[in-house]
Design a protein around this ligand. Sequence first.
Ligand code: GDP
Ligand code: GDP
Length: 454
Amino acid sequence: STGDGWVELREPDVDEEEPTGPVPVVAVVGRPNVGKSTLVNRIIGRRQAVVEDTPGVTRDRIPYDAQWSGRQFTVVDTGGWEPDARDRAAAIAAQAENAVATADVVLFVVDAMIGSTDVDEAAVRMLRRSAKPVLLVANKADNTTIELEATSLWSLGLGEPHPVSALHGRGSGDLLDAILEALPEAPPIRESGPRGPRRVALVGRPNVGKSSLLNRLAKEERAVVDAVAGTTVDPVDSLVEIGGEVWQLVDTAGLRKRVGKASGTEYYASLRTAAAIEAAEVAVVLLDSSEPISEQDQRILTMVTESGRALVIAFNKWDLVDADRRYYLDKEIERELRRIPWAIRVNVSAKTGRAVDKLAPALRTALASWETRVPTGQLNQWLTALVQATPHPVRGGRAPKVLFATQAGTSPPRFVLFTTAPLDAGYQRFVERKLREEFGFEGSPVEVSVRPRK
Ligand code: GDP
Ligand code: GDP
């Protein structure tokens, strides 16, 4: 404590943050029938149902989640160019070019039973011009004899061939090790051990009713004083049981002792609010329903959305809202909260206790959205249909294409769109809006970034 009632700011727990940045992408390229699909199934361990070919929808660029030795990456199967295309060499070169452009690592698959062909060599010329790492996979090396013959593939000039039998699994562990070595730094998979109570920031400008709400919660519910087994709780936090669950209300010491109000300037109050939000997983922003939504309210809401925390807005002092006030409040909400239509809203009264029991379900919903992970297959089935129905508008004779998407992380959900070129801001917003329509994310911000191919 700094002695005047203000508690020193804490750094957020850095090790609990998920690393940012997209999950690395591994593209699998090669002639038809060399075993690309079989290899993809081997790599993903058939943990996901491979999306069946749908008439009219190409099998191109279907991404799957994979993990090996605690690292995760996305595998993109680029199979499915027309085997009887007139200019095969051109077709494979174009396909390889596309795959190489969006990938971090390329697996170039050759049929070891057949050896290299003219078509393989055409693709190799293109691959060698790229700066991306390429692993040469000699597939169908079902036995030692073929494995030995595969060494002749050194002649392709892509370095050491990796003999594999995608069908039987032979050599696949070594190949996966080689893939990991070639990948850029990937985020480790987070252990999901037992965790303590969910951390909630109760914030709002002075006099909105934060202390009153905290007192109300502590009165109606059993205030929890003892630490929950296996957790360490900061002394400035309160543990309160709300809706049958223990929650950790961060940095509420000042509220409990009611010292914060008299001391400190607005500057310190806002620093303290920011620190509480950083330390929390979900923020409850209190607004005074009897007064217009102010700039200070807006600043606090912006702090929450920029921090990427889940958000519940509590309209407090609802007992003071009459029909007249309700009319204007609805208009203010429409105007002032337009940018955060996804925030969960509850109308409460700390004074009467009205609807205070709505708080816990709202917090649970917001946190569930915040931690949502959309399976890659589901995400891309939805995305394929969306971009087919509403393609990017043509600009200067060309339209950027959305190739596929992956979810790079949660808390909040973060998505990466892989595209042929940067998207119009309007189209990106359209995709974001549709993403919410499809998957919800009520109470959570969602980040969408675009990765145009290089
Ligand atoms: P893609 O067109 O490159 O995706 O090739 P597929 O994965 O569809 O495989 C083509 C054929 O090769 C299928 O009949 C597979 O069963 C077969 N195949 C794939 N991998 C192997 C392998 O390691 N050994 C053998 N003997 N056959 C394989
Ligand atoms: P804080 O500064 O955000 O902690 O706000 P307080 O809890 O100290 O409340 C400020 C004033 O608003 C006090 O006079 C409270 O009695 C009053 N107040 C808080 N909640 C309500 C409510 O739900 N209804 C009404 N009518 N007054 C409230």
